[in-house]
Design a protein around this ligand. Structure first.
Ligand code: OOG
Ligand code: MG
Length: 257
C-alpha cells in the first residue's frame, strides 16, 4: 500500500507541476489494474484534501476511435473535481497543461443515485439532463503513451471539461446524434454519439457498474462524461475549438499560451 501511495504522489505531483513522467509500468511491469485504481483513488484523495470537490466521474476509451488512438482496448473510469471545470466560451491556458487534447463527448447530469448493475431504463430514469461537452485530457506520461494500468493510475488522463447547455434527456433520442468538433471553424473530427459504446447510455450503465466495483456510486448532482466519440485533438495556442452536437447545441474554448 505504501508503495502504491508513492506512485499516487508521483502522478499527483506530475499534474501539479505540469511535468511529464515515465510510465509507471516501465518500472513496475507487474502493476495490475486493481492496484492502478487504488493509486487513482489515493492521488485524487490528495486533490480533495487540498480543497477540491468531487463533481462526478468520467468514462474513457468507450469508442473504437479512442481505443485505436491510444492503443488501449478496455473502458476505464476516472474522477472529476471542480478544479477541472473550464468556462464555456472561455480560454484554456496551455501552459497549465503538459500536452492537452480535446475530445467531443456527451455529458450526463444525474438526479437519482445509480450504483452497480442497472438497466438502461433505470439509468435513463436517473438522468436529469444531457449536454454537449468537451473533455480536456492531459496524460501525465511522456509522449502521451501508456498501458491500461498507467492511464487508470493517472485518473484516466482527466484534466478538464467544458459543458454546453443542459437538455432534458427524455425529450431527445440521443443514440445517434451527429457530433462535429471544429478548429477555428474548420471541421476537425466528425462522429456520432453512437460511436460511444453504440449508445451513450451504455457508458452510463458501465459507469454505475465500474464505480460500484471500487465502492463508489453515481450521486444526484454528479456529472458523468461518457467518453470521446472520436479521436482527441491536440490543442495548439491560437485555436478556438468548438463542438456542435445535433439537437443539443455546442460548447467552445480558445487555447491561449
Ligand atoms: C485516456 C482517456 C480517454 C476518452 O474519452 O476516451 C478518454 C486517454 O486517451 O488519454 O477520456
Ligand atoms: Mg474523455
Amino acid at each position: 500500500m505504501e508503495d502504491l501511495e508513492a506512485l499516487a504522489v508521483q502522478v499527483d505531483d506530475a499534474q501539479r507541476e505540469v511535468r511529464a513522467i515515465r510510465q509507471l509500468t516501465k518500472n513496475r511491469p507487474g502493476l495490475t489494474t486493481s492496484e492502478a485504481y487504488a493509486i487513482q483513488a489515493m492521488s485524487v484523495a490528495r486533490r480533495l484534501a487540498r480543497g477540491e470537490v468531487r463533481i462526478g466521474v468520467k468514462m474513457g476509451l468507450t469508442s473504437r476511435a479512442k481505443m485505436v488512438q491510444v492503443g488501449v482496448d478496455e473502458a476505464a473510469w476516472g474522477r472529476l473535481t471542480n478544479a477541472m471545470l473550464l468556462e464555456e466560451g472561455g480560454t484554456l491556458s496551455k501552459s497549465a497543461f503538459i500536452h492537452p487534447r480535446l475530445e467531443p463527448e456527451i455529458a450526463f447530469l444525474i438526479k437519482k443515485r445509480l450504483r452497480g448493475k442497472v438497466s438502461p431504463l433505470e439509468a435513463l430514469s436517473a438522468v436529469e439532463a444531457i449536454a454537449p461537452a468537451m473533455e480536456v485530457i492531459d496524460s501525465r506520461f511522456e509522449k502521451f503513451k501508456f498501458a491500461l494500468p498507467d492511464v487508470v493510475a493517472d485518473n484516466t488522463s482527466s484534466s478538464g471539461l467544458v459543458l454546453g447547455a443542459w437538455h432534458q434527456a427524455t425529450s431527445i433520442d440521443f443514440s445517434n446524434l451527429g457530433m462535429v468538433m471544429y478548429v477555428n471553424g474548420r471541421p476537425m473530427q466528425i462522429g456520432s454519439s453512437a460511436a460511444i459504446l453504440g449508445h451513450p447510455l451504455r457508458s452510463l450503465v458501465a459507469a454505475a457498474r465500474l464505480t460500484a466495483k471500487w465502492g463508489e456510486a453515481l450521486e444526484p448532482g454528479d456529472i458523468v462524461m461518457s467518453g470521446g466519440a472520436t479521436a482527441a485533438h491536440p490543442a495548439s495556442v491560437g485555436e478556438t475549438i468548438s463542438l456542435e452536437v445535433q439537437h443539443l447545441g455546442g460548447c467552445s474554448i480558445t487555447v491561449e499560451a
